[in-house]
Design a protein around this ligand. Structure first.
Ligand code: KG4
Ligand code: ZN
Length: 354
């Protein structure tokens, strides 16, 4: 197809049901966001984590009204939509299936184009929604509840894996440490809030793999926090200090590797994306350490957390290149990132399975 005029984005990979409308910019400018509706499934809070079966059922009831609302907020009728972009994976299979089946139904019945999008490629495109001039080459650090990816991006659609986590994802570490500190789900925002009251000098946690390559490891750090909590004579008093020391350790590792990758590549731009990039502490530390070397591009929190605008934006990119999905499109919990090649000079890296 030619460049689209209006794309409907749908995201249901985890516990946010989201729809967004993206419309063509004037005079060949990049597309603009016309509406974004995100319904967060609160039901999981009482379980301290996402319950997959409940997530699928909630998407099923929420998705049609969320799409209708996104159209209404954009002031657009369904007839104006050229194409539907939907998260194909990775994520919870049952949750993904709801979005993919719905998107296929809409597109097939209406004779519209369909494009399946990789969730992390969506996160990568999020900053471009607010910063239309953002352009490769750059290094991207994508940090979410399921992934920690360091990518070299020579051009949109072509990615070289520089590093990834060997165990827990960065967001997963925030969530697990929040649970052991007795905080709610999701843990990242709670830890960031509590860490502001913490004394940075009270505890120091290890920085796993800090001096080695570009891969990450967070599971040992989680164990170190657990040991410190058990050893404390007053864990309630120490909670803000644990939160601060843990956050400082994670951010130090993330930003040290980002800086190493940016300096090695010689790029003048670094992109932060994914739910953990909602952390103001992360973007502030990255900007401080990269000052003079590269500018740090990061979307606002609403576009870094799971949303459908980023899916529509990544879908738009593929549609413009004539890349469409066919009616065999299926949800895949372990979808590999399209356009990904392992960097030949990064011997510790391997292709991610999720
Ligand atoms: O991208 P995302 O919304 O969902 C996934 O694709 O997984 O990322 C969610 C993750 C959660 O682990 C959450 O704790 C983390 O992002 N997160 C944060 C912050 N806000 C969200 N982590 C650290 N600091 C934050 N302020
Ligand atoms: Zn995400």
């Amino acid at each position: 197809m030619h460049a689209p005029d209006v794309v409907l984005g749908i995201e249901t990979s985890c516990d946010e049901t989201a729809a967004a409308l993206l419309v063509a910019g004037s005079r060949g400018r990049p597309p603009e966001l016309a509406s974004l509706v995100i319904l967060s499934q609160d039901v999981h809070k009482v379980f301290g984590g996402v319950v997959p079966e409940l997530a699928s059922r909630a998407h099923l009831t929420a998705l049609p009204p969320v799409v209708d609302r996104a159209l209404a907020e954009a002031g657009l009728a369904w007839s104006a939509v050229d194409a539907v972009a939907v998260t194909q994976g990775p994520g919870l299979l049952g949750a993904l299936l709801v979005g993919v089946a719905y998107a296929k139904g809409l597109a097939y019945a209406g004779g519209r184009a369909l494009i399946g999008v990789h969730h992390m490629e969506g996160h990568l495109f999020a900053p471009a929604l607010e910063d239309p001039d953002l352009a490769p080459p750059f290094v991207a650090l994508l940090v979410s509840g399921g992934h920690t990816l360091l990518l070299d991006v020579p051009e949109w659609g072509r990615y070289r894996l520089l590093g990834q986590t060997r165990d827990d994802a960065a967001g997963e570490a925030f969530d697990k440490v929040a649970t052991l500190l007795g905080l709610g789900y999701p843990g990242g925002p709670e830890i960031e809030r509590l860490a502001r009251e913490g004394d940075p000098g009270r505890f120091t946690f290890p920085r796993p793999l800090l001096d080695t390559g570009l891969d990450f490891s967070f599971s040992g750090l989680k164990t170190a926090v657990l040991r410190a909590v058990r050893a404390s004579d007053d864990p309630a008093r120490d909670r803000p200090h644990f939160a601060r020391a843990f956050q400082d350790a994670v951010l130090d590792v993330l930003v040290t590797k980002l800086e190493r990758a940016v300096r090695a590549a010689g790029h003048r731009t670094a992109v932060l994306g994914g739910g953990v990039a909602c952390s103001r502490a992360l973007s502030a530390l990255a900007a401080e350490r990269l000052r003079g070397a590269a500018r740090v591009a990061v979307a606002s929190p609403r576009l870094n957390a799971d949303n459908a605008a980023m899916i529509a934006r990544a879908g738009w990119f593929h549609l413009e290149r004539g890349e469409l999905s066919d009616w065999t499109l299926d949800a895949r919990a372990d979808l590999p990132l399209p356009g990904l090649a392992a960097a030949p000079h990064a011997p510790t890296s391997h292709t991610p399975t999720a």
